[in-house]
Design a protein around this ligand. Structure first.
Ligand code: UD1
Length: 441
């Protein structure tokens, strides 16, 4: 008898190129490193370009796997995406052949769900897979779906797919979220730009990447303002036009290199650092006692090789302008080197502390309290080990720990950091690190 299961149940992840990093640690990093364009901004900007049939041009887009997945997803829909130069992408969504975002796209990258709002608003319907490609937290998308319903869409769910429809146009409305959601806010505002009437989104996420998207939408002719810190208002337009945009710098990457300098006792100048977007992080660095010098968008870090030169501090992640959850893993590596006990409260995601188990294999004194709380007592002498990256930010942080540890570490799952860090090996090599990738085929 034929197997009656829907095809997607049989979906298997395509083989990713298995690579590991070998890192010989114990050397202070020295030199300069430029920060690339923001991953989280770029993904939404590329999706926003489908709101118009006219050409949009983006510069300072990082060459990372997640961007390449978004580009392939758009091309599969029939959108023309040109790549005239490194870090430059042009998107022309005049003809879209398919209003279908398959599981293959969603499984590789949860952020593909950002296509819901713009495709629904412009074409009146879309079928989009429920994403499951990210191992961080459970990451539901119910708030995105509720927001589309508030804007007049009918959304049903079957066999892993959302079927969204808005005959005619979406209608402006009041989108009230129960808490802050970054992509939920972005999906709602993208949809609202082409809806009929006025939309208010509250509480709206305040992340700088959301404001970068607002700036681009305004250049496209959208009527959209942040009328209060936590409120975004949109007056829908019938059409938007093409626009050019330079992507803001990646604050998470900047934070990662600042910690790299601190934990190796190095001296690093981080260029094109979006210092204005790093407030809570820089404050935490100050409490720990990391010497930083700011000069516009250049941050000079003078790390200390002296174990115990840094002080323990308590950190709690929260929506912007609070400390970014994406910077919790690098901060934890630093706190493992600090004198005393630090408490970590990961308030956003449930399993973002799980990676601390790998850090403890490298010698960090970690105590897990519950899914959201852990303590780290230092200063610990990190030791070279064989560890596995579970996700992007934990992956980068294991590299930092390996750079700080004496001896050679092997870190499996290098593809995780390639998702979000441009040229990570070259950047570390330029700072004098000993890092190489090895195939695990
Ligand atoms: C974005 C970022 C990610 C960052 C996170 C928090 C991108 C591509 N990713 O993820 O790097 O770590 O913000 O700053 O921009 N939630 C629900 N239902 C929903 C949506 C979210 O319950 O429909 C919950 C989440 O489980 C989480 C919280 O809301 O507990 C915040 O998540 P959210 O801000 O939506 O994260 P993302 O936008 O997915």
């Amino acid at each position: 008898m034929a197997d009656a299961r829907p095809f997607h149940w049989e979906y298997e992840e395509p083989p990713v190129q298995r690579e590991a990093f070998r890192v010989e640690g114990g050397r202070p990093l020295r030199g300069e490193v430029p920060v690339s364009g923001s991953k989280n901004a770029s993904l939404k900007l590329l999706a926003a370009a489908t709101l118009t049939g006219e050409r949009c041009r983006f510069t300072n887009v990082p060459e990372i796997a997640d961007v390449h997945v978004m580009v392939e997803t758009l091309r599969d829909l029939g959108v023309v995406v040109d790549h005239p130069a490194r870090n430059t992408y042009e998107v022309a969504a005049g003809d879209v052949d398919w209003l279908f975002v398959p599981l293959e796209a969603a499984a590789k990258m949860r952020a593909s769900f950002i296509l819901l709002g713009p495709l629904l608003a412009r074409f009146g319907r879309v079928i989009i897979s429920n994403p499951g490609g990210d191992r961080i937290g459970r990451r539901p998308v119910n708030l995105h779906v509720e927001a589309m319903k508030r804007l007049g869409a009918a959304v049903s769910y079957k066999n892993g797919y959302y079927f969204a429809q808005a005959p005619g146009r979406l209608r402006g409305g009041q989108v009230d979220f129960p808490g802050v959601t970054v992509m939920g806010t972005e999906n709602a505002m993208l949809a609202a730009t082409l809806a009929d009437g006025h939309t208010t989104i509250r509480p709206a996420a305040q992340e700088p990447e959301v404001d970068d998207l607002i700036e681009f939408l305004r250049a496209m002719g959208a009527e959209i303002v942040r009328s209060a810190p936590d409120t975004i208002e949109v007056e829908g337009r019938r059409r938007l036009r093409g626009a050019d945009h330079r992507v803001i710098a990646d604050r998470i990457e900047a934070g990662t290199f600042i910690v790299a300098a601190a934990v190796t006792g190095g001296e690093v100048t981080v260029r094109q650092a979006p210092a204005a977007h790093l407030g809570a992080f820089l404050e935490a660095m100050d409490r720990v006692g990391v010497a930083l010098q700011r000069d516009g968008d250049t941050i000079r870090v003078r790390g200390s090789a002296d174990p115990g030169a840094y002080r323990a501090t308590d950190i709690e992640t929260s929506p912007y302008p609070g400390l970014a959850t994406d910077l919790q893993p690098p901060m934890a590596v630093l706190l493992s080197r600090a004198q005393g006990t630090s408490h970590i409260h990961e308030a956003i995601f449930e399993d973002r502390l799980e990676w601390l188990e790998e850090l403890s294999r490298m010698g960090a004194a970690v105590e897990m309290v519950d899914d959201h709380h852990a303590t780290l007592t230092g200063p610990c002498r990190l030791r070279a080990s064989e560890v596995v990256m579970s996700d992007l930010r934990a992956g980068a942080s294991l590299i930092l720990a390996a750079l700080a540890a004496e001896g050679e570490s092997v870190i499996h799952g290098a593809h995780q950091v390639r998702r979000g860090y441009e040229d990570i090996e070259r950047k570390f090599l330029d700072l004098g690190a000993r890092i190489a990738h090895v195939s695990e085929a």
